[in-house]
Write a protein that binds this ligand. Structure first.
Ligand code: NAP
Ligand code: MG
Length: 450
């Protein structure tokens, strides 16, 4: 039995049977038998089902937000907007089903045409930080392309995905098209990776487990997309609107209690304005509302688990703490917003903390900013704050990361590709790009000889 906890209270919210290898094999078998029927469903009928699912998510938005808030410790207002995005994702891919075209290519002796074919059964493995949101990023394009799926949510946060599985049936998806299994990564996750009938693994999680996914997938030459960790830079130049940059910076780290792969957890500040900016940043961080996730005003909740809290604390110990905010005491896995002055060589600047902790790092000039921003094994996201148009274009092109923003700290939009460079992984989610990861290109030659 698995006891699912509320990280804000440490009280159980559910007890579940865990799936094992046998259940994983049965789910793959169901998905495999549903595949021929599902790929034959006309694009407009597939789109219709995705639209119905989007409508059901909208209808159940409050219920889903409450589940997510209680299971992850997310502030309820944030959970509601995440559920809004889940519905938008299904709407987007409903619209994409019949716009994912092939090509005709003129060649000698005839023409060649390309077709986008589904991969078959795909295994989707997702983390605990944005359980339903990240599930939808994979489910939307996978289903739009005609694949059947087995979704494995994280062990700590299976509840919203299980409810979504029911909504898929209510929407009218045929039995076996969407399968959701609550189980351990080391058991169910590994079985999906090893299973010869699974054509692809769509994985979001840590770089460490991403490496295992890639290695084990080699045995069956499985396709993989990996959305992994990050250590993104928020680069603030002296000519930026410092007030705006400082007001936004805390939320770029402390949203979701810092448990966000896109967290701008390295705040790089030009030396000439460092002291002034740090003052503004501390003031803004003081304003982050930490507390009961059920309260409408709350902006930051607890961390996901006791073990994770201990790990986050280890990054702050011995550091030059510039600010430490307030947080409730236990029960609950609370950790305060923390700013640490650092250099880019410190452990806190090199490793993904995945908690509400930011390293503030000075830089000398543009070249130094680019050097520091890129001096990391990761390459997921980042921000550039400057009023100089040529500079933001130069710096945006020079930073090795998949998702950047200028004079803003947002990373995720339904319409735009999302994913990493370097050890932040490969493959893109969201937008039309995600469809490439859930289909194979087939080229067919048609002779026009008389
Ligand atoms: P994780 O430990 O890597 O787990 C992710 C998923 O993989 C979970 O479902 C987990 O199952 C499963 N898993 C664990 N070991 C496995 C194995 N040997 N074989 C197959 N599956 C396995 O990551 P996490 O701790 O949940 O999430 C935090 C990490 O995710 C951070 O590093 C963060 O940066 C990254 N992340 C990246 C993105 C992105 O889009 N780039 C988005 C969000 C999070 P169990 O829960 O049962 O162990
Ligand atoms: Mg983990």
């Amino acid at each position: 039995m698995l006891t699912v906890l509320n990280p804000a209270t440490e009280e159980p919210v559910a007890e579940l049977e865990q799936a094992g290898v046998e259940e994983a094999d049965a789910a793959v078998a169901r998905a495999r038998s549903a595949f021929p029927g599902w790929r034959a469903v006309s694009p407009s009928d597939r789109a219709h089902l995705l639209r119905r699912l989007a409508a059901l998510v909208e209808e159940h938005r409050e219920e889903l937000a409450q589940i997510e808030s209680r299971n992850v410790g997310k502030p309820i207002s944030g959970a509601r907007s995440e559920m809004g995005m889940v519905a938008q994702v299904f709407h987007f891919y409903a619209g994409a089903v019949d716009k994912h075209n092939g090509e005709t290519i003129p060649v000698a002796g005839g023409i060649a045409a390309t077709f986008r074919e589904p991969l078959g059964v795909v295994g989707l493995i997702v983390p605990w930080n944005f359980p339903l949101n990240i599930s939808s990023w994979k489910l939307g394009p996978a289903l739009a392309c005609g694949n059947t799926v087995v979704l494995k949510p994280a062990e700590l946060t299976p509840l919203s995905a299980l409810r979504l599985g029911e909504l898929c049936l209510d929407a009218g998806f045929p039995e076996g098209v969407v399968n959701v299994l609550a189980g351990k990564g080391s058991v169910v996750g590994q079985r999906l990776i090893d299973h010869p009938d699974v054509g692809k693994i769509g994985f979001t999680g840590s770089t460490e487990v991403g490496r295992v996914v890639m290695q084990r997938s080699a045995a069956t030459i499985k396709r993989v997309t990996l959305e992994l960790g990050g250590k993104s830079a928020n680069v603030v130049f002296a000519d930026a609107d410092l007030e705006r940059a400082a007001a936004s910076a805390p939320y770029a780290v402390f949203d979701n209690a810092g448990q966000d792969c896109c967290a701008r957890s390295r705040i790089l500040v030009e030396k000439t304005v460092y002291d002034r900016f740090l003052e503004l940043l501390i003031e803004a961080t003081r304003g982050v509302q930490v507390g009961d996730p059920a309260s409408e005003e709350t902006e930051m909740g607890p961390l996901i688990s006791a073990a994770h809290k201990e790990k986050v604390a280890s990054y702050v110990d011995g550091g030059r703490v510039a600010f430490r905010g307030d947080a409730p005491s236990s029960p609950g896995f609370w950790f305060p917003c923390t700013l640490v002055e650092a250099t880019n060589d410190d452990r806190i600047a090199r490793e993904e903390v995945f908690g509400p902790v930011a390293a503030v790092i000075p830089f000398a000039d543009e070249a130094d900013a680019i050097r520091i921003a890129n001096d990391t094994p990761y390459g997921l996201s980042g921000s550039i704050w400057t009023r100089d148009g040529a500079r933001f274009l130069r710096v945006a092109r020079a930073i090795d990361a998949g998702v950047l923003s200028v004079n803003a700290n947002t990373s995720v939009r339904v319409q735009t590709p999302f994913g990493g460079f370097k050890q932040s992984g490969f493959g893109r989610e969201l937008g039309m790009h995600a469809l490439d990861g859930y289909s194979e290109v087939k080229s067919v030659f048609i002779s026009t000889e008389a």
